[in-house]
Structure formats: C-alpha cells, structure tokens
Design a protein around this ligand. Sequence first.
Ligand SMILES: NC(=O)c1ccc[n+]([C@@H]2O[C@H](COP(=O)([O-])OP(=O)(O)OC[C@H]3O[C@@H](n4cnc5c(N)ncnc54)[C@H](O)[C@@H]3O)[C@@H](O)[C@H]2O)c1
Ligand SMILES: O=P(O)(O)OC[C@H](O)CO
Length: 335
Amino acid sequence: MKAAVLGAGSWGTTFAQVLADADTAVTIWARRAEIAESINGLHMNPRYLPGITLPSALAATTDVAAALDGADLVVLSVTAQTLRACLTEWTPLIPPDALLVSLMKGIELGSCKRMSEVIMETAGVPDSRVAVVSGPNLAREIAERQMAASVVACTDEHSARMLQRACHSGYFRPYWNTDVIGCELGGTVKNIIALAVGIAVALGLGDNTKATLITRGLAEMARLGEAMGADPRTFAGLAGMGDLVATCSSPLSRNRRFGEYLGQGLSTAQALEMITQTAESATSYAPVLELARKFGAEMPITEVVAAVITGRLSVADAAAALAARSAKPEWYGSE
Ligand SMILES: NC(=O)c1ccc[n+]([C@@H]2O[C@H](COP(=O)([O-])OP(=O)(O)OC[C@H]3O[C@@H](n4cnc5c(N)ncnc54)[C@H](O)[C@@H]3O)[C@@H](O)[C@H]2O)c1
Ligand SMILES: O=P(O)(O)OC[C@H](O)CO
C-alpha cells in the first residue's frame, strides 16, 4: 500500500504521520520548498506542528507527480475552497485505480457541494473511489500520538476497509462506515457551532451556555443531515457528536478561536489574520445555510453565526437572538 498526501498543513502532515506509523508507505506533497526540505532533513514541520518529530519514513516533495506516482491512496488535505482548482491540476497525474480520500471539513462556496462531490466531479471518479476521514481529530494531539479515533467512510465497504487498514496505528483507531454524507456534514457543521461556542467563551458565558450550543448544534447538524439523506446514527458517533464535543471544548480548535476573537471585538478579517491557519467555518457557513434553505432544515445557531460574521448582528446581541426565538418542543424536526 502506497499513499500520497497532498497538502502539508497541520492535518495533512499529521495524517501522513498516522499512515507512516501504520506502516503505509507515504509521500507528502508540500506547496512550499522549505516545508518539504524540513520534513526530509529534520523530520519536522515547524510552520504547522512546532516541536513534533515526524517519522523518518515520511518523505516529502514539492513535485506532485513524484508524490502521486504509483499511489493506491491519494489523500487530499488542502482547504475546501481550493480543492477544485488543485484537483483540476492534479487529476491527469492520479493513478487510475487509486482511492481518493478527503480530509477536509467544509462545503464549496457557490456550488454548495460536499468535498466528495467536488472530487467525483473534478476527477471524474465514481463514489466507490472516494472516501472521507472525519472525527474528533485535533491535529496537534494526534501528532503527539495521543490516542484518538475517527471514521473512514466510503459508499463502497471494501474501499472503506482498505483505508481503515492503511491508517490504523497504535494511537489512531479508525472505524468504518458507508455514510459519506453524514460524516461530511458532521465535520462541516461542528466548525460553525464551535465558532458560536468561541463567541460564548469570549463573552464569559459558562458551561450551561456551551452545553446548550453543543446540544442544539447537534440537533441542527442532524436535522440538515437527515434531510440530505444521511444515516441519523452517524450524528451520535465520532463524526457527529464526537467531533462536535472535541472542537467546541478545545482551545486548540481554530474555529473556536475564530469565534473567541470575534467575541473579543475583532472584525472577521482581523480574526482570520490572527488564526494564520484554516478555519473552514469562515466560508462554509454560507453554503450550509443555502443547503438548509434548500432542504427545509431550521438552523438557528448557524443563522446567528452568519449574521455575526457578516456584521449584521453584534456579538453582544447573539445570545439574546437565540434565547428570544419562539418556544418549541425539544425535538429534531423542524416544527
Ligand atoms: N488541523 C486539524 O486539526 C484538522 C483535523 C481534521 C480535519 N481538518 C481539515 O483539514 C483541512 C486542512 O486543514 P489543515 O488543518 O491542514 O489546514 P492548514 O491551514 O494547517 O493547512 C492548509 C493546507 O492547504 C494548503 N493550501 C492552501 N491553499 C492552497 C492552494 N491554493 N493550493 C495548494 N495548497 C493550498 C496549504 O499550503 C496547507 O498545506 C481543513 O478542511 C480542515 O477543516 C483539520
Ligand atoms: O482546528 P479546527 O477547528 O479546524 O478543528 C480541527 C478538527 O476538525 C477537530 O476534529
């Protein structure tokens, strides 16, 4: 089994380490020469994972054709909004039977497509050749080889199991399922809810508020997911509740930190500048709301997050806007 990981950011580098530790031969493609040189020479990626020593078996290159040569697994770890352009360039170099794996947790602006849909459309491959990895996987903790679990999903069980074997290491335990839609929506919506929790943290609100946002955030995620055809059980699992809890609880989360900066009074542009890494909620809130409208799913927390990001609602008024909604029964439906 040979893997190419395309994208040497926090998660791409960490997942490449997981694959190498699971005895899968892996080459990582980095956009910047200094990152490839550092991984090859020092076994480090100080830009994204300072202080972490990567496996010596992990090879890096800036030559995407070299990385893709003979790859059985092509792991895509750029950002949701750059995937289509990158993959358009890379597609002619991808081996014909390779399994394409998305690590990304976002929805494409404009098309409202999930990452697996963008991959199928751009690379011209069937769903049996596209898998996703999603779960409570804060890169830094996994890079430190702290025990974690995740879900690898593909509509084709054989492909899901193959990917599971390729990334099962001593500290990383992947489960498989066939619910690609549920896993992708879980990974995307939890970022938006983590942003809301970040705002609450910055405002000094306590655990009741956080628990309310997490629980009602789960309801939003499940409501949209079920309307789009996901398996409801996914949202009670690692790619749903698991990732939501990890991201909303952790100061390591870029999406939660994004919310904290907004809560401290920074503008959206200033907050993104402070993060210096990808916070997918900053863009994915818009296509998620479009999907919510299309599929008739009520997503009040996402609506409030969108209003804050676009400057239509102040953070000071955000909690009140949620609390003032008309009283409802506690159920996942849109009644
Ligand atoms: N970091 C985590 O803990 C984590 C965990 C699970 C999933 N994810 C998801 O993985 C995806 C990648 O996140 P990350 O944490 O690695 O982000 P990051 O900001 O650390 O790295 C982003 C990577 O994308 C590359 N990139 C950006 N624009 C590009 C372009 N135009 N062409 C080529 N490459 C480009 C960058 O060079 C970098 O390698 C995101 O969708 C994120 O939500 C992240
Ligand atoms: O740092 P974040 O907010 O992008 O979250 C990272 C992972 O998705 C957590 O599972």
